[in-house]
Write a protein that binds this ligand. Sequence first.
Ligand code: SF4
Length: 418
Amino acid sequence: MKKPAVGIVSLGCPRNLVDSETIAARLASRGFQIVDLDRADIAIVNTCAFVNDAKTESIEAILDLIEAKKQGRIRKIIVYGCFSQRYKNILVRELPEVDAFVGRIGLDPSAQRFGLTPEHFAYVKICEGCVNLCSFCIIPAIKGRFQSVAADAVVRKCARLDRQGISELCIIGQDITAYGRDLKDKADLYTLVSRILAKCRHIGWVRLLYLYPSRVSDPLLKLISDEPRLCKYIDVPVQHASDRMLAAMNRAMTKRDIVGLIHRIRRIVPGAAIRTTLITGFPGETDKDFEELLSFVTEMRFERLGVFMYSREEGTRAYDLPGQVPYKVKEARFNALMSAQQEISRANNSRYLGRTIRVLIDAKEQDRGFYSGRSEHDAPEVDGTVLVRSRRVLRPGEFVDVRINDTMEYDLAGESIR
Ligand code: SF4
């Protein structure tokens, strides 16, 4: 009997997307067809519960599927992931239309991959869980104890992707700098990345995402600097710059340490793009703390910056902290940081005018006569785009040299020359 067709909605971060790819691979290996949601009999939604906005998005996706089921467009709904893991008891009671709530799927080193990303890039998750216990973060409570995937299994997975001809490999985890600390052979990120580069000869770019700032070593930075295929892209979430806030967040660094790290990166990997994320409106954040954060942003001039308004999450230590900041104040601080960064990003981008850079083509913008791509300074789905005009047809996954003839706040534009 023909097995029902399954459609998967993957919410949240790339780590969740890897879980969705594992779910899809398992189902496909059992004869289920993985299809677009509008052709599915069974709908799976892999949810996120990191912050309020993510929870809202998860609940809305589930309610949409319940509506589709009521209209007979789908037969079954299965909810996976962090939101299900965190709120299972309530959800089972409140949403009887859902056929099953499954928590997180956990690390599965041997899992095959059913690609849900465009074919030319892939995420490989090398560890799960986190040892850092930031006071605002619910992830350690959802993901459980820190776990690394054995180095051999990671290298095998990357080698398979290399043979499949991907152009870009993104190495991910909650904190990849903690990689290997739980493994008998005490492998570490430096060794693992060196093995991946040695084994995978065709992959054009290897990108490291989610480095915990206090564990970014000089040898790792040197490797990034020396190895042409390692993206000169340093993703180090620092979260704040006031020592009072960093301590209350349980971040293992002071402002002095963070500034020292930024200077080390700029010295050891000249020309690298530094991406960071900041939280504003953390409990107890005063105007003085915020002014310190704002001047830190204008001083450090990050190439890539993500800002979050603090989200009060039950089950975290920060939930009960005094001095919860009113939403209006959080919002004003968020806007101030984003507009400061807009100017910094515009100025940073203007330096590319007239330069030729290597660009990975992601897609053809059919109706607009150009291609969208990324430089090594742009991670998929979170950073800017390079808009490429070309006399010849370009294909997704192709690397081209592009002379930049226009720069914008977050994006660049140019002509392909080779
Ligand atoms: S390092 Fe990231 S995942 Fe780990 S506790 Fe802190 S915010 Fe959460």
